[in-house]
Design a protein around this ligand. Structure first.
Ligand code: C6P
Length: 408
């Protein structure tokens, strides 16, 4: 057993009680908790050297700029990229909008196809819908198989010269499915398509190496990977970043501004208009340090073991139906389920009385939950600090829900 339970002491919030019970936090896919190593770095930055970045000719600003750029370097190394290939964004949503609008508006037109999957979060659907509406491009969705995997056969059939973008999740935030990213990227590139990976979940559940993925863009958020909210990153292949227009204009992203037009700052700064989330970027750097110390291989092992354990424990309850692949090789630690016909919000509310936090709803993936044939699911999701005891508490809590609703 790859035991990471000692890490729990690093997370102050995990020491608290909820409704008189110890907190069992099983909603990390929505947003993870933060270790004191991240909180301390952010606090120290505000207390000792905070100033705006890339603007001041004074020591505090130089220190702030150095810490901000160092954080960029850490994020880059974390995914095996170069520093200049990382643009800080507000999160995965902004990163995906940057690609959809920045690249899509200049490269898509009527007759072109954008291929998405049925598993996408709204952040990887709605920006493409907006761009499709403006450019006349058509959206096509790859279905799932009966065992909640991506239908690769159907994907291959869909790929032809009309396809200009294939954008897909590296790990579903509903079913936990992890499609074979490099294989899909390879297929898509054969037909000359741009490849975009929504790694909002993937990046914190498994090692990500952009040199191996074969994608053009990878988008993710800091707050799901032990970092703060308000910060994320867009990695792009250098030549594509160079060629792509900025999505937002404003201060600091320019080289020159004249009344009749402007020129852009070098990559990645041309994608960072306005004062950036400075302390949040520094906090994300600290989160990366923390994950690096554990090692992402170890994180993945921990999660596979925990997910296998959770699936076997949930199987003890015949009324529980899990929506997601049965084999942990093809999935991460996000488990959506139904408990007989009890509404997921009722499940979540009763669990909350036991101090157990899960998410209930459509998880911002309505096309997917519709495909599952339910308006909503209950969802338990894991992080490095999640233990078998948390899973046991969930199963005990679900037994209590069964009693309340008289489920056999
Ligand atoms: N999913 C969840 O509870 P932002 O909001 O920009 O940080 O991330 C958006 C996003 C994009 N893709 C995937 C696969 C995601 O899971 C998310 C965020 C959260 O599942 C909040 S809805």
């Amino acid at each position: 057993m790859n035991d990471l339970s000692h890490l729990r002491l690093d997370f102050p919030v995990l020491q608290r009680r909820v409704h008189g019970k110890p907190l069992v936090f099983l909603d990390s896919a929505a947003s993870s908790q933060k270790p004191k190593q991240v909180l301390d770095v952010m606090d120290a930055a505000y207390r000792t050297y905070y100033a705006n970045v890339h603007r001041g000719a004074y020591l505090l600003s130089e220190e702030s700029t150095a810490a901000y750029e160092q954080a960029r370097g850490k994020v880059a190394r974390f995914i095996n990229a170069a520093r200049a290939e990382i643009a800080f964004t507000r999160g995965a949503t902004t990163a995906l909008n940057t690609v959809a609008f920045g690249w899509g508006m200049d490269h898509l037109r009527a007759g072109d196809r954008i291929v998405l999957t049925m598993m996408e979060h709204h952040a990887n659907v709605v920006p493409w819908q907006l761009v499709a509406r403006r450019t006349g491009a058509e959206l096509v969705y790859v279905p799932m198989t009966d065992d909640y995997r991506l239908d690769l056969k159907r994907l291959s059939e869909l790929l032809d010269e009309r396809v200009k973008v294939v954008s897909f999740t590296g790990m579903s935030n509903v079913t936990g499915t992890m499609p074979p990213v490099a294989e899909i990227a390879g297929l898509a590139r054969q037909c000359g398509s741009l490849v975009v990976v929504d790694a909002a979940q993937l990046v914190t559940h498994a090692p990500v190496d952009v040199q191996q993925l074969g994608a053009d863009f990878v988008a993710f958020s800091g707050h799901k990977m032990l970092g703060p909210t308000g910060i994320g990153a867009l990695w792009g292949r250098p030549e594509v970043l160079e060629e792509m227009e900025p999505f937002e204009g404003g201060g600091e992203m320019i080289s020159d501004v004249r009344l009749d037009g402007s020129t852009w700052a070098p990559v990645p700064h041309k994608f960072e208009a306005g004062t950036p989330p400075i302390i949040e970027a520094i906090g994300l750097g600290a989160a990366v340090d923390y994950l690096d110390k554990i090692g992402m291989e170890s994180v993945r092992r921990h999660e596979m073991e925990l997910t296998a354990y959770a699936l076997s424990r949930l199987a003890e309850l015949p009324a529980v139906r899990v929506f997601g692949p049965a084999e942990v090789d093809h999935r991460g630690g996000v488990i959506s389920f139904a408990l007989a016909d009890v509404h997921p919000h009722d499940v979540a509310t009763i669990l909350d009385q036991d101090g157990i936090a899960i998410r209930a709803g459509h998880h911002c993936a309505k096309p997917l939950t519709r495909t599952l044939g339910v308006p909503a699911t209950a969802r338990a999701s894991f992080q490095v600090y999640t233990t078998r005891e948390d899973v046991d508490a969930l199963v005990d809590g679900l037994r209590r829900v069964q009693e309340v609703f008289r489920v056999d």
